[in-house]
Structures are given as C-alpha cells and as structure tokens.
Design a protein around this ligand. Structure first.
Ligand SMILES: [Cu+2]
Length: 178
C-alpha cells in the first residue's frame, strides 16, 4: 500500500515539471530570438568589408606535386648517392634530374656518435628555396645508410638540407626543364 501511494504521487509532480519546462523553453526561445535578429541587422554593414578583403587573399595554393602526377610509368628512376660526414654533405649541388623524373638517393651517414650533439642526419627537400613548400622528408638515420625514394619534382632550383643541421648541411637540387 505505501508503494502504491508513492507511485500515485509522482506522475502529477513530473507532469507539472514538464509543463514548467516547456513554458521556460518558450520563454528562452522568445527572449533569444529578438537579440539574434538585431545582431543580424547590425552585422550587415560589416559585410562589404569582408567582400573587399577577400580578393586580396592569395589564390588557394594548388599541390605543386600534382603537376608531376601524370608521368610515364616507364620513366626510369634516377639513382643518386650522397654521403654525410663531419656534419657536411659531400656535395652542395644535386643535379641531373629531369622535370617530374622520380629519383632515388642512396644516403650514407658516416658520422659517429660523439658528445651531446646528434650525429644523425636526413635529407629534406623544399621547392625553390629554404622558405618553399616542404615536398620530401627523408627518414633520419644514425651511422649507416638508407635509400630515399623521391617523387618527381617540377623543373627549377630547389633546396635540400638536413633538418637537424640545416645551417651547415644544405645545397641546391636542380631539376632540368625536359
Ligand atoms: Cu644532420
């Protein structure tokens, strides 16, 4: 019997709560809509400013490597080799690569651990110069060697470097026109 009374007691209470909630929601919605409309109308004068600034933005950059995506699958991969020793590459210029020709770099790191400065090296490549788009990140290795397989790059003078010692390990990567 006590349980029956409890069961009877609850429904009216919760129904009342429900109605109170609906009324409250309606009140919030009613209050909320007015300022929103005002906001929209006050914001309207700002729109021309946005329209003016939009054309000054640089055009959306296209993927520089997309240019070389359609290549002859028979195109031979150019094999190159580079050594690193005493925190220097054995060349300051990589050349002989043709426009969009994929190439491979057999990279040998002859430096050995000494002190706290890392002896590990890698080869990164950026289009055009040190500030250009990063188009290749070769895996960092300690003493030993690794083969980097680089996709074709558009013709131009690009920039290669070791990301860990960029100030002293860098050079030009030349890709010829045809
Ligand atoms: Cu390095």
């Amino acid at each position: 019997m006590p349980e029956e009374r409890r069961r009877n007691h609850h429904p009216p209470g919760s129904r009342l709560g429900c109605w109170a909630g609906v009324i409250l929601l309606a009140a919030i919605a009613g209050c909320g809509s007015a300022p929103t409309t005002e906001d929209a109308s006050t914001r309207t004068p700002a729109t021309p400013t946005l329209a003016v600034s939009a054309p000054s933005l640089p055009p959306s950059p296209t993927d520089p490597l997309a240019l070389c995506e359609v290549i002859d699958p028979e195109e031979p991969v150019l094999e190159l080799s580079i050594e690193a020793q005493s925190f220097a590459f054995d060349t300051e210029v990589i050349d002989g690569i043709r426009h969009c020709q994929p190439f491979a770099i057999q990279f040998t790191n002859l430096d050995r651990p000494s002190g706290s400065i890392t002896h590990e090296h890698n080869i990164f490549i950026r289009l055009d110069n040190v500030l250009g788009t990063l188009v290749y990140e070769g895996e960092t290795i300690g003493t030993g060697d690794i083969r980097y397989e680089v996709p074709g790059l558009p013709a131009g003078t690009h920039y290669f470097y070791c990301s860990l010692h960029a100030g002293v390990m860098n050079g030009d990567l030349l890709v010829e026109d045809a």
